[in-house]
Design a protein around this ligand. Structure first.
Ligand SMILES: [Zn+2]
Length: 178
């Protein structure tokens, strides 16, 4: 029980804590249950906020997610959540070994496109030093995606258009006309 959700009562402001396992936290498994709880102080069923922790992604969580088509990471935009640089080796290993069903691997591929995109767009919002670092990150991801571009050409809806417009030309993939 390393994680805690906190439910704030709308009526009296009291906070109730609920212990969560890492898996509960990662996939919001107890969210509905906590929503349905009553305040332990005033018994109100109205809440103003539920703070839900998000554990760092690791191989254990990714494997659980990859094996279960019904599991999603907390947010609806799970590929955006997954788009973190430290996940790159984990994702490449899963993709190359076809560790999960294709629909899950496609989400990982999409997340890698988002990761590259995030480090390419809007350089004017960053300092020169930050941009050197961003470019190195983007180059690293683009390099890995280039080696696997045959996997991307079949993806259509999985990757958002604005991402494709920036990333696909860098991979020398033609953007399919609709
Ligand atoms: Zn209350």
């Amino acid at each position: 029980m390393e994680f805690r959700a906190i439910r704030t009562c709308k009526n009296c402001g009291s906070e109730d804590e609920y212990a969560l396992s890492k898996i509960d936290a990662a996939f919001s498994l107890k969210y509905d249950l906590i929503q349905s709880k009553k305040c332990t102080k005033c018994n109100s069923d109205k809440w103003s906020e539920i703070k839900y922790p998000s554990p760092y992604l690791d191989k254990e969580l990714l494997d659980i997610w990859g094996a279960d088509l019904d599991l999603n990471f907390m947010d609806q935009d799970e590929d955006i959540i997954l788009a973190e640089e430290e996940n790159l080796p984990l994702f490449l290993e899963a993709i190359d070994n076809k560790r999960y069903p294709q629909s899950k691997l496609n989400i990982l591929l999409s997340a890698l496109c988002i990761l590259a995109y995030d480090n390419i767009i809007a350089p004017e919002e960053y300092t020169a030093a930050e941009n050197i670092h961003r470019k190195a990150k983007a180059d690293r991801v683009i390099n890995e995606l280039t080696k696997r571009k045959h996997l991307l050409t079949n993806l259509s809806w999985e990757i958002m258009d604005y991402i494709k417009e920036v990333i696909f030309p860098r991979l020398d993939i033609k953007i399919p006309v609709k």
